[in-house]
Write a protein that binds this ligand. Sequence first.
Ligand SMILES: Cc1cc2nc3c(=O)[nH]c(=O)nc-3n(C[C@H](O)[C@H](O)[C@H](O)COP(=O)(O)O)c2cc1C
Length: 211
Amino acid sequence: MKHISLTEINEWDRFYRANFINSLSGFKSATLIGTLKENRQPNLALFSNIFHVGAQPAVIGFVNRPREAAPHTLANIERTGVYTMNLVPEKYIAQAHQSSAKFKIETDEFLASGFSTQFVDKVDAPFVAESIVKYALQLLEIIPVRHNQTFIVLGSVTHVIIDDGLVSNDGFIHLEKANTITSLGIDGYYSTSLQSRYKYAKADEPVVKIV
Ligand SMILES: Cc1cc2nc3c(=O)[nH]c(=O)nc-3n(C[C@H](O)[C@H](O)[C@H](O)COP(=O)(O)O)c2cc1C
């Protein structure tokens, strides 16, 4: 096994380092975030640093890069407080990747990347029509990370739109049946398959496989 020190990491070419460090924390949920610009034109971009913060209240977070690198989604959320997260079906990987391009502010990023908008009652932000697992959020908090000028954006889940057949009796969502993708690093995309599910682990009992 290789042992890599921070000194070595700091000496790497920046693209090599970006690929390596971005892959290191593992597979992520490739998610399209839909927002509305000031003129109500839809905005879309791909994000993968999405994480569960709590179930009651239902809070989900994401990491936004420094403002200069990824300005539009953040500014729209700051202004409107509303945004959608849309998981990416396998057959739309290329379109999703395209949505990460630095588009000019006047570009409709749904159109430019090949997705359609879907508006639902009481949600003032666009969903991705092609996504079959999607949810809307209300902004709770934007936490600036002083160390590297990124932002942690926390939102509470207000609406969920999901295909019925994906949710099992205990609430577990079989995302592998939705063929949503997972991503690795800044440009790798993967399909998923369920290996197993287990009962809640207890210190004094052996693990019990349920699926
Ligand atoms: C696979 C992948 C994952 C990405 N994940 C993030 C992320 O978690 N946070 C982020 O700020 N940008 C991420 N990006 C980059 C944004 O998609 C990109 O900066 C985009 O232009 C932001 O658009 P906006 O200015 O409309 O918000 C990712 C790009 C790719 C290809």
